[in-house]
Design a protein around this ligand. Structure first.
Ligand code: NDP
Length: 288
């Protein structure tokens, strides 16, 4: 069997075209969606992510601002900027690019963002609302992953879903979303005994580990839907410098029914759902 590729670039393009139309309609009512991105330090990957987010805003007709700070900036400077952005009517979403330097209390910075502008969905209010199935900003990566099921017509209800990884930004919210969608969910992590046995039961397997090609072909149930969230840079061999996921794609695609590639799978969808949340925030601002 060769798996059907779930193309994140194509799906992202399709959704963003719709966002552009909605953004122009909002602009006509004086509420062009606006995103502020805060970047602290010189992490190369963070700089790329921030650039991609700012470019995605421009392409979708959103307003955006980037606020970049030196790695040794005093945290209060960033907190003051967040307070200013919280009060700025042009801004509907505020994103702080993680990781922050060690002298920052990342939780305190994220909690400083006004809940109605927390388009990453990391604040406790949003996390709680997600758990209760109430209206919230859904964290962008798992939100994007869920869109693949919708697009490919994959039924989630009643399926065995296994997530490898339990982080606050990917694994846990992914588990909530799949549970709400009717899957029976297992969350695996570094203490899990016999990971392979869990993975082999999965109709839907989500890998969010951060370890290159850790999920091998023999860990995948034939016909499973495999969502590879991992982004890893290959350090040696002929592919050194290239990106790969947490799943051994070449082997997995021979077993799975559907699979997301890396790059070009979940990555573009993460940015797309950041736009979706910012758009939703702008729409909400008109109705409040
Ligand atoms: P974290 O490091 O926060 O979490 C990794 C999780 O993997 C932890 O729960 C950890 O378990 C688990 N884990 C580690 N080793 C093993 C193991 N040997 N067996 C089973 N579980 C294990 O990472 P994130 O969730 O932030 O990110 C995961 C990956 O996704 C990374 O590659 C990241 O770059 C990528 N990513 C991609 C995004 C995208 O847009 N495509 C967005 C966000 C992240 P434990 O909790 O026990 O330590």
């Amino acid at each position: 069997m060769t798996a059907q590729i779930l193309d994140g670039n194509a799906l992202a393009q399709k959704l963003r075209a719709g966002f552009k139309v909605r953004a122009e309609a909002l602009a006509a009512q004086g509420a062009r969606p606006g995103l502020a991105v805060i970047l602290v330090g010189e992490n190369a990957a963070s700089q790329v992510y921030v650039r991609n987010k700012v470019n995605a805003c421009a392409q979708a007709g959103f307003y955006s601002e980037k606020h970049a700070y030196a790695p040794d900036v005093v945290p209060q400077v960033v907190l003051d900027k967040i307070a200013e952005l919280n009060a700025d009517p042009k801004i509907h979403g505020i994103l702080v690019q993680l990781p922050l330097p060690k002298h920052f209390n990342a939780d305190a910075v994220l909690e400083a963002i006004a809940p109605q502008k927390d388009v990453d969905g990391f604040r406790a209010e949003n996390v709680g609302a997600l758990m209760q199935g109430k209206r919230c900003f859904i964290p962008c990566t798992p939100y994007g992953a869920m869109k693949f099921f919708e697009e490919a017509g994959i039924t989630v209800k009643g399926k065995e879903a296994v997530i490898v990884g339990r982080s606050n930004i990917v694994g846990k919210p992914m588990a909530m979303l799949l549970m709400h969608a009717g899957a029976t969910v297992t969350v695996c992590h570094s203490q899990t005994r016999d990971l392979k046995a869990h993975c082999l039961r999965a109709d839907i397997l989500v890998a969010a580990i951060g370890k290159a090609k850790m999920i091998t072909g023999d860990m995948i149930k034939p016909g499973a839907v495999v969502i590879d969230v991992g982004i890893n840079r290959i350090s040696e061999g002929p592919d050194a410098g290239k990106l790969c996921g947490d799943v051994d794609f070449a082997a997995a695609k021979e077993v799975a029914g559907f699979i997301t590639p890396v790059p070009g799978g979940v990555g573009p969808m993460t940015i797309t759902m950041l736009l979706a949340n910012t758009l939703e925030s702008a729409e909400r601002s008109l109705s409040t």
